[in-house]
Structure formats: structure tokens, C-alpha cells
Design a protein around this ligand. Structure first.
Ligand code: NDP
Length: 244
């Protein structure tokens, strides 16, 4: 039997996919959780599934700083500290640039990039005061390689990689760690955010044929969280074996 994970962990984007699988894994390991997303009923279902666990839930849109701050402040008020922020919320409405889906571009930048920055801005003052903490963001293989028809999504994930590396450099003396988790294709609802039919078809097919499960990625998040304070992991890249 594993030793309980005595940590306070806030997950932004915990209502499905990787965030949900991580919440479930951490709940089973005894962590104290604050789960946030827009779909409150999905968070409630996770909480109900673990009646023994210490789980708070709160509705929040990561593009709204006030809502993110309210999540973080409530976690601090309830548990007295925050050990880990998992910045996981994201969308992927990919399409060729020529399609000119400017609204999708803005939403991707707002959620995938500003969402991560809002989480950092809300949490960092607490972690600096604690002189301890850990911020993890879900990046992507698309934060390392540019794929056609995914230029804007890749741009958001390149940005997250840069921001998180800057965070590591700035915060190492405050004992605040940072990690990006970079999955390849994972079987989640993310693919339902693709509106462009042609792009969506090929990506969905690959993901369904040989994609990772959310639980595969959650194990990587747990691995990072469970490292001693002296260990700083910048990046975990987790591809399905068959992915290029
Ligand atoms: P899901 O669509 O299952 O999960 C996305 C999560 O983000 C949901 O909990 C959703 O909650 C939340 N979210 C989206 N927009 C917002 C918002 N405005 N405010 C708050 N929460 C929001 O997909 P995944 O689990 O796949 O995605 C998780 C992360 O993994 C994303 O950052 C994605 O880019 C990344 N990723 C995914 C890969 C994949 O192949 N699936 C590969 C590489 C990276 P709600 O809608 O309830 O608000």
C-alpha cells in the first residue's frame, strides 16, 4: 500500500480527460484537492466518487483572473497552504491558418496561455510566502514541434513552455518548482473542440487508434508531484509508442 500523499493540490481544468484522471488518482492517494473548471456537475461527480477523500470543488473560467484567484484563495483558506498548482485547462480548435478562425485563435490564446498565467499570478504570492511550492502545466508535444493545421495551438504550447522555463529560473531560490507535462495524443474530449472537419478526422482517428489514456498521463503528473523538493523536472514528454 502506498503512503498517503500529504499535499494540497489545486487542479485547473479538472472536469474531464487528463485533469479528471489526475484528480481521481490523487484523491485515491489521499491528497487534499481543490478542483476547478466550468462544468461544476462533472467536478461534483468526481467528488461523489471519493467520499473518504478531502475534495473541494469550485466553478471557474481560467480566462477570468478573479475566478482563478477565488479558487486559489479558497484552497488556501480551507487547507492553510498550497503545495501544487496543476495548470491543465486547454482547448484545441485547430484548423489551417487560411481558414482565418480568429475567434478560435483568441480563445486558444486566452485559455491555453492567459489561463496558465492567471494561475501563476494567483498562486505565486502564496508560494513565495511559503518559500515552497510547485506549479505544473500541461504542455504538449505540440509545444516542441510545429504541426501543419495546428500552428496557433502549437504557438500557445510553445508559449507555455517558455513561460514555465522562465518561472523555473526566477523561482528556484524561493524553492518553487515548475514542470511541463508534454503528452502526445491522448484519448480525451479535447478532440471535440476541433471544428475543422478535415483536420478533426485525421487527428481523431490517430488518437482513437493508438492514443494514450488520461490515466497514463496522470501517472506522470503523480511521479513529478511525488519527487523530493531537491528534484526539479523541467519536462516530461510522454508519447504513445506509435506516435512519430
Ligand atoms: P479535455 O477536453 O478532456 O479537458 C480539458 C479541460 O480543460 C476540462 O476540464 C475543461 O473543463 C478545461 N477547460 C477548458 N476551457 C476552460 C476554461 N475556459 N476555464 C476552465 N477550464 C477550462 O482535454 P484534455 O484532458 O486532453 O486536455 C487537458 C490538457 O492537455 C490541455 O491543456 C490540452 O491542451 C493538453 N493536451 C492534450 C492532449 C491530447 O491529445 N488530449 C495532448 C497534449 C496536451 P470545462 O470545460 O469544464 O471548463
Amino acid at each position: 500500500m502506498n503512503t498517503p500523499l500529504d499535499k494540497v493540490i489545486v487542479i485547473m481544468g479538472a472536469s474531464s480527460g487528463i485533469g479528471e484522471a489526475t484528480a481521481r488518482l490523487l484523491a485515491a492517494r489521499g491528497a487534499k484537492l481543490m478542483l476547478a473548471a466550468r462544468r461544476l456537475e462533472r467536478l461534483e461527480a468526481i467528488r461523489k466518487a471519493y467520499p473518504e477523500a478531502d475534495i473541494q470543488i469550485k466553478q471557474a473560467d481560467v480566462t477570468e483572473f478573479d475566478q482563478v484567484e477565488a479558487v486559489v484563495q479558497e484552497a488556501k483558506a480551507v487547507y492553510g497552504r498550497i503545495d501544487v498548482l496543476f495548470n491543465n485547462a486547454g482547448i484545441m480548435p485547430t484548423a489551417p491558418l487560411a481558414a482565418g478562425h480568429r475567434e478560435d485563435w483568441k480563445n486558444m490564446l486566452d485559455i491555453n496561455v492567459m489561463g496558465v498565467l492567471n494561475g501563476i499570478a494567483a498562486t505565486l504570492p502564496i508560494m513565495e510566502q511559503q518559500q515552497a511550492g510547485y506549479i505544473i502545466a500541461t504542455d504538449s508535444v505540440a509545444g516542441h514541434i510545429v504541426y501543419p493545421e495546428s500552428a496557433v495551438y502549437c504557438g500557445t504550447k510553445f508559449a507555455v513552455r517558455a513561460i514555465m522555463e522562465g518561472l523555473r529560473q526566477e523561482q528556484r531560490e524561493n524553492n518553487v518548482k515548475s514542470t511541463i507535462i508534454s503528452p502526445g495524443a491522448v484519448q480525451t474530449e479535447l478532440y471535440t473542440t476541433i471544428r475543422d472537419q478535415a483536420t478533426g478526422e485525421s487527428l481523431r482517428q490517430a488518437q482513437q487508434e493508438w492514443g494514450l489514456t488520461s490515466e497514463d498521463v496522470a501517472q506522470a503528473v503523480l511521479y513529478a508531484i511525488d519527487t523530493p523538493d531537491r528534484v526539479s523536472i523541467s519536462n516530461l514528454i510522454i508519447r504513445p509508442t506509435q506516435q512519430q
